[in-house]
Design a protein around this ligand. Structure first.
Ligand code: FAD
Ligand code: UQ1
Length: 414
């Protein structure tokens, strides 16, 4: 049995960031991170890999290299939580106890929930930027494309980076124009949502972008089956009041799937979650609603904002202050405003940098309208974000762009 002052569950964006902040503060041997994987991936890179702009090899680094020296790495998987006893149990049969715990387990991809999809990935033309194993099929599908439908999907569950299902479509469009076969392709965006994007300002801009590119947008269309022999994708119409719901089937030449997603099973069956399986925390303080010594960060929480690494940067500042305060027996000073950001690539050299809060109101860093496509924002996404992630965020030194926002707006911003 091992025992720690602080245990962090999950070594993704949120877990590494928080262990960097607390590892040195608490001193060697007092913080542990439980994470089974050998490699840490910078997932936002996969949009660029799928666009044929970067190499997949550069998206990951050894887990060992991103875990701070002051933190014990328990290379294992949590299988159950006993929050009343302040212990977790691991796959290798260890019991780890804690005074404080941060849960940062992310969300997983449920490809198997779409009938025929796991098999379809074995065939050409079917791809997904969402996983390491399927992302390199995207540029291949673009190259192989001769003529027919290019179909892009968004599922009927919460997902990470809600803009990524569109970014891949705009990059595919740009590629096909570049090589001169765009007129052979019929672009279809089938989304389970009823809008282009959660924040209305950017939703309006994106609808224009799609229209200008000649992309057909079908709302409330949820992918349920892929038949890779016939090369057909079947969608249920969520607006249908029939039971079972009406369906519609599209032949495809290229199919980019954004799969349904959910929290890891070990978390779902724990006493720490709500009915939908997400960790229940106070959305402003990130403290668990029932266990005051437990906090959450990132995709696995029920915090009602768009799930991104940018949100995690902002949350990490709040969590740093609040966990420190709880350890000192003081009231919680940190208040998360829901800040999240999504660099919506709309073509080569073009990007709309969405930034907004819980109210879906813009909270833009730069002193110009980020709703308009911008070349500078493209470079921010393509060249600036990856070093920011590896060197600043993961070392606990980036708590979001709020200081730049204040400076650029001379103290006049919200
Ligand atoms: P993750 O980083 O997913 O980490 C979760 C960790 O928990 C994993 O390492 C996993 O192994 C571990 N874990 C799971 N179960 C257990 C267990 N039982 N025991 C122990 N450990 C466990 N964000 C942006 O800000 N901007 C972007 O442009 C952007 N683009 C994206 C594009 C794509 C294609 C994708 C996939 C994501 C993108 N994101 C973007 C989202 C961003 O990558 C995620 O929001 C972020 O990485 C979530 O961090 P996390 O710590 O919550 O989870
Ligand atoms: C951000 O902070 C971040 O996390 C490190 C991202 O993920 C890689 C982002 O995509 C974005 C846009 C931000 C926000 C940063 C700025 C400079 C607006």
């Amino acid at each position: 049995k091992k025992s720690y002052k602080l245990v962090v569950v999950g070594g993704g964006s949120g877990g590494i960031t928080m262990s960097a902040k607390f590892g040195s503060k608490l001193g060697k041997g007092n913080t542990a991170i439980i994470e089974p994987m050998e490699t840490h991936y910078y997932q936002p890179y996969w949009t660029l890999v799928g666009g044929g702009l970067k190499n997949v090899e550069n998206s990951g680094r050894p887990m060992k290299s991103v875990i701070p020296k002051t933190v014990d790495w328990i290379k294992d998987r949590v299988v159950s939580f006993e929050p009343d006893k302040n212990v977790v149990h691991t796959q290798n049969g260890h019991e780890v106890s804690y005074e404080y715990m941060i849960v940062s387990m992310g969300i997983k991809l449920d490809f198997q929930k779409i009938k025929g999809l796991p098999e379809a990935f074995q065939t050409p033309g079917v791809c997904s930027n969402y996983s390491l194993h399927t992302v390199t099929k995207t540029p291949q599908a673009m190259k192989d494309f001769k003529e027919g439908n290019a179909v892009f999907t968004l599922p009927n569950t919460p997902i990470k980076c809600a803009g990524a299902p569109q970014k891949v479509m705009y990059l595919t469009d740009a590629y096909m124009r570049k090589v001169g076969k765009r007129d052979k392709a019929n672009f279809i965006y089938n989304t389970a949502l009823g809008v282009m994007f959660s924040a209305p300002k950017y939703a309006a801009e994106l609808l224009e972008v799609a229209k200008d590119k000649g992309i057909a947008v079908n709302f409330q269309h949820n992918l349920i089956e892929v038949n890779s022999v016939k090369k057909e994708a079947t969608f249920e119409k969520l607006s249908s009041d029939k039971e079972p719901k009406e369906t519609v089937t599209y032949p495809y030449e290229m199919l980019h799937v954004t799969p349904p997603m959910s929290t890891p099973e070990q978390l779902q069956k724990s006493p720490l979650v709500d009915a939908s399986g997400y960790l229940t925390v106070n959305k402003h303080t990130l403290q668990h609603v029932k266990y005051p010594n437990i906090f959450g960060i990132g995709d696995c929480t029920n915090v009602p904002t768009s799930k991104t690494a940018a949100a995690i940067a902002s949350q990490s500042g709040v969590l740093r202050k609040n966990l420190k305060a709880v350890m000192a027996g003081q009231p919680l000073p940190g208040q998360y405003n829901g800040y999240t950001s999504c660099p919506l690539i709309t073509g080569y050299n073009k990007c709309i940098l969405a930034e907004f809060d819980f109210d879906l109101k813009p909270l833009e860093t730069f002193p110009f309208d980020q709703g308009k496509e911008s070349r500078l924002m493209w470079h921010v996404k393509k060249d600036f974000m990856s070093p920011l992630y590896w060197h600043l965020l993961l070392n606990g030194w980036w708590e979001g762009p709020w200081l730049f926002r204040k400076l650029f707006h001379l103290g006049m911003s919200r």
